[in-house]
Write a protein that binds this ligand. Sequence first.
Ligand SMILES: OC[C@@H]1[C@@H](O)[C@H](O)[C@@H](O)c2nc(CNc3ccccc3)cn21
Length: 610
Amino acid sequence: GGARYKDPTRPLNARIDDLLGRMTLAEKIGQMSQIEREKATPDVINKYFIGSVLSGGGSVPAANAPPEAWVKMVNDMQGGALSTRLGIPMLYGIDAVHGHGSVYKATIFPHNIGLGCTRDPELVKRIGAAVALEVRATGIPYIFAPCVAVCRDPRWGRCYESFSEHPELVQNMTSIISGFQGEIPAGGRKGVPFVASGGRRNVAACAKHYVGDGGTAGGINANDTVATFHELLSLHMPPYYNAVIRGVATVMVSYSSFNGVKMHANHFLVTDFLKKRLRFRGFVISDYQGLDFITTPEHADYLLSIKLGILAGIDMVMIPFNYTEFIDDLTLLVQNGTIPMSRIDDAVRRILRVKFTMGLFENPYADTSLAGELGKQEHRDLAREAVRKSLVLLKNGKPGDKPLLPLPKKAYGGSILVAGSHADDLGSQCGGWTITWQGSTGNNNLTAGTTILDGIKRAIEPAGTDVVYAGNPDADFVQRNKARFYYAIVVVGEPPYAETFGDNSNLTIPAPGPDVIRNVCGSIRCVVVIVSGRQLVVEPYLDAIDALVAAWLPGTEGQGIADVLFGDYGFTGKLSRTWFRSVEQLPMNVGDAHYDPLFPFGFGLETQPS
Ligand SMILES: OC[C@@H]1[C@@H](O)[C@H](O)[C@@H](O)c2nc(CNc3ccccc3)cn21
């Protein structure tokens, strides 16, 4: 019969050994190469034995491409891989970090900062399972999620990708991995890569970014995490213990450094600690051009970058464009003895282990049978539940006043005012990693979803209440109309951003948010809802505000906010992060000796459903 490695009844290691033993150096290096979708024609994949392809943020087969177009694209590429001599299937990866964010009409869930406020690992696991189905609907078997960063400074542009500042809360939220990949069966081996159900309804996951990405000085993205080894182990490493035990298939290395040593060149942490001490058996993948950034300026000495990165223990390289240069250079480094074949074999063995384990050899092609899972109402309902549970009520009524929330649905003959740009902005409520890398403001056909304003209207117009919307009402408008409004809902916050573009040292509410708060709340009872990727400076406005809600980046299901504002559900969310008074206090995290927050970690007022 056929070659032993093709026989699924054979033991995993026998299949790996058989296949590895047949591979040429070119085929091995091909498996270690992940290229960008734009370059990945079937011919290129075939000619260079490419083992993996990625969609970088926003890299799509066509604008608003339907699932069928994604499936066709992935399958065409797969045809290139399967037509090689050994027919090793390629693995397609994408960032599904808050739902399948790059895909038009996917369900967009709250970003991780909001999921941390739910304190509900079971909910988050269900979200993982739903996201896996939406990713599989497009024929993709691998995602670069979850980010398990422990963000210690909200000035970091990626803080919203972190579940919490507290390592234990992040550890609890690694339940999402078991949602993505499936739960290891009772009695099943822990700590080895696991993807359930022959990979049909689950995806291989990626714990990122190893390690200490959330601890960089001043929150400067991809910079230096200065800490003792004990601090690294107690603050940033814990989620990797849980990820490995849960069978995470891959780990992505951080752009950042640890005490001045680039993580992408850190043999001790990648090989000695993650692979040997933690006995991680999946594969380690670089970040995008991560090897290039080992040197300053980047790509200044690519041979050195490849030598340091591969010898550190990186198994798969997210190249993503200059794949011939990578392949030629790595081939040279092996042939001249700089990189031993044993290191190459370890990398390929790990990559094959993941591909065999997840059933990719048995199910290399996708079909469109799951197309209906994309944006399915059941998933949107789950996302709406997550939005409700992610909201944190920080203030409810001025001293001596009765609570403002839950708001009445009837305005007793009057109207209610909804103000602020973020009430009617699907892009802003989704944030970064949505349709494009950086995300975008506005609604114009961005994707399918419900704005906060839509949700409010649906909740109270049936009760006969008139909703007036003003994006940026001036003082004159408010003065002329204030008697008309029973109360006001002010929705302000940050524009979308990703990575370094989100680094911010002042953390003030962007204009014209503060003016809208002052103009409206100075004259009308108001609840302010903040839509942001992190805590912002609010103390100057607090006295003028009757009620204050942190909504984070809720995603497409904005009606979850109205659900709680009007009492269909109570507020239950608890802060996943310390809310500072001023940025001069930063970094300031729960457990610090000097701790003087405006609202402490774990804070959140509660209301009962009305
Ligand atoms: O999208 C792939 C990865 C993603 O999984 C990582 O979390 C993230 O760190 C990441 N960043 C980029 C793009 N980064 C970049 C940096 C400098 C110049 C151009 C792109 C790609 N990716």
